[in-house]
Design a protein. Structure first.
Length: 192
């Protein structure tokens, strides 16, 4: 679990690395937009790309702020925001709201963000169901999508490896089941 010094270091790395790279990339697009010989249809695409980069910069800055200030996370509100972003027709069923520490909330939301983005980007899912419950002082999250599958644990890439690493850092377990009709992820985290 990251302590305050580690969180500040991570915030510095985000600021000095990814955030600055995104800003520079945005400026490069601005230069292309400013060129007189840039075709109008290309300008439209560049503007769309520029708006997307601006949104990413805002998200990275929000992460930096959260890391630096340790702003309290409302787990359920954050979960709904993440799910609504990519799956407006999602279903979130909360039987009980887990009592999570600041670190647990932070790490678990990062795990869920990766799972939700994978469902959207890689499997072509159109529906997402998330169930949150507490069983014997264990926070249990079930995430199910209707995508094409393919998130097999034996096909470990950085994203899936990160899911396992983050879950294990919280003393938890993660199970991924996938087939042609979708993927189900179950995460179990002991509550403090």
């Amino acid at each position: 679990m990251p302590n305050n010094a580690e969180r500040v270091r991570l915030a510095q790395e985000l600021h000095d690395g990814i955030a600055q790279d995104l800003v520079a990339f945005g400026y490069s697009i601005d230069l292309l937009l400013g060129q007189a010989d840039t075709p109008n249809n290309t300008r439209k695409d560049l503007r769309t790309l520029r708006f997307g980069i601006t949104d990413l910069i805002t998200k990275v800055r929000d992460e930096i702020f959260t890391l630096r200030n340790g702003a309290p996370l409302d787990f359920l509100t954050s979960l709904r925001t993440i799910a609504d972003e990519l799956f407006p027709d999602n279903t979130i069923i909360v039987e009980e709201i887990p009592l999570l520490s600041q670190i647990q909330s932070f790490e678990l939301l990062r795990i869920l963000t990766e799972v939700i983005r994978n469902a959207s980007r890689h499997s072509g899912a159109t529906r997402l169901e998330i169930i949150v419950e507490i069983i014997n002082n264990i926070g249990v999250l079930h995430i199910k999508d209707n995508g094409s599958g393919g998130a097999a644990p034996n096909r470990i890439g950085y994203g899936i490896a990160g899911l396992y690493e983050r879950t294990e850092s919280l003393g938890g377990t993660i199970t991924i089941e996938t087939n042609a009709t979708g993927t189900t992820v179950e995460i179990r985290i002991p509550l403090l």
